[in-house]
Write a protein that binds this ligand. Structure first.
Ligand code: ZN
Length: 173
């Protein structure tokens, strides 16, 4: 297993619309394992393939694992070719992103989503999600469509934040 490098804003790769996964081979399984390991290492509750420079409609997530709790078990879920087919309600909670370090903001999203996706064995699953799971799914699916959570801020606030992050990025390079 290997830790993967996470791309950060304003890397242009974060803007691509990822391609569907059609080859379910050993390499895909290795990629999923590496992505899960990277997610836990950061730590994050989700990681999309485009964040680690892979053009694939795929993300991993584990919203329930708590590093501080010795009883807590890692249960990473590989979500391949995801599709939200039902939405409901409204929710606004604070989000962060491994690709936008040290910035958090409240983002308006659906409170509930129904998700259809494939696992590593190409089996199709359906999942009704709410709470933090529903938010995580929408956040990760946005990544696969080239969207960051800061893109969902109101225009003025978005521009301010983007300029600030670009400046910080230039300083550290
Ligand atoms: Zn993110």
């Amino acid at each position: 297993m290997a830790l993967l490098k996470i791309l950060t804003f304003p890397d242009p790769f974060l803007k691509i619309v990822a391609k569907p996964v059609s080859l379910f081979d050993k390499a895909l399984e290795t990629l999923v394992n590496d992505m899960a390991e990277t997610m836990y290492d950061e730590p994050g509750i989700g990681l999309a393939a485009t964040q680690i420079h892979e053009d694939k409609r795929l993300f991993v997530m584990d919203v329930f694992y708590n590093k501080e709790d010795p009883e807590s078990k890692k249960q990473p879920v590989a979500v391949i070719n995801p599709e939200i087919f039902e939405t409901g309600g409204e929710s606004c909670i604070e989000e962060g992103c491994l690709s936008v370090p040290e910035f958090r903001a409240e983002i308006k999203r659906f409170a509930e989503v129904s998700l259809r996706f494939q696992d590593l064995n190409q089996e199709v699953h359906e999942l009704q999600a709410q709470g933090i799971l529903a938010i995580c799914i929408q956040h990760e699916l946005d990544h696969l469509n080239g969207k960051l959570f800061i893109d969902r801020l109101p225009p003025l606030k978005r521009r301010m934040i983007q300029n600030r992050l670009k400046k910080e990025n230039n300083r550290s390079n």
